[in-house]
Design a protein around this ligand. Sequence first.
Ligand code: NAD
Length: 241
Amino acid sequence: METRTALVTGAAQGLGQEFAVALAGRGYRVAGLDLVPQPETAERVPDYVELIADVTDEAQIASALDLVIERFGTLHVLVNNAGVYPESAFEDTTPEEWRRVMRVNLEAPFLMARAVLPHLKAAGWGRIVNITSAAVLTAPPTMVAYVSSKAGLIGLTRTLASALGPYGITVNAIAPSMVRTATAERTVGADGGFERVLLQQAVPRTQQPCDLVSTLLYVVDEGSGFLTGQTLNVAGGSAYL
Ligand SMILES: NC(=O)c1ccc[n+]([C@@H]2O[C@H](COP(=O)([O-])OP(=O)(O)OC[C@H]3O[C@@H](n4cnc5c(N)ncnc54)[C@H](O)[C@@H]3O)[C@@H](O)[C@H]2O)c1
């Protein structure tokens, strides 16, 4: 079988870096896209293709994809992982902030899927994985824009699965609990955030990036062609679908 190729957004750190490393470990050729350079990821992923681009910008996405195709010749897997999760009281959430969160977390996965589609179709096989959040179900009051964007991403996942099924492409989402990444530690996890989420979980420990890896590899597996349109809730039992 030909070597599968994958593109992970938000690959500089956190979950995206973990996913890029895990896919490389499974033999995928991996490209990563981020706003910033990704030296740590490049160090951990052999022959890593580093793309610096904004996932909300169509022209930047197109140039980045040209580079991927130049290097790999083909593309099979897209992981829409780049995301932002700011917190604010509803009363303090401005329309500008709402739109920013929607653009990065919901519109960008749409733009990315649209851009990669010709290549996945040409390959006759594809996997799109969207990283949503169990916050969609636990609904923290300070994350109105975030929860709305990630709930929208579940809708995009379901409907894209319907639209792309005929091309041999599956589309699924993974919903983590609060994961100990540097960004989460600095933001939502500060001031007891991890401890509060932990109390809601059946699994009595904080989720780590590596806890998501087996689910990602399962979803993109050759044998998972009948799994599509689903949101896999990998949240230690904190939210029930
Ligand atoms: N960490 C958590 O607790 C948690 C829980 C549930 C879901 N998630 C989701 O998982 C994903 C990754 O979370 P993380 O904690 O690893 O985040 P992170 O902040 O560590 O990494 C996100 C990466 O995305 C990049 N990025 C942001 N905006 C971008 C843009 N416009 N274009 C290109 N790249 C951009 C950032 O530069 C960063 O490197 C996000 O979608 C997040 O919503 C995280």
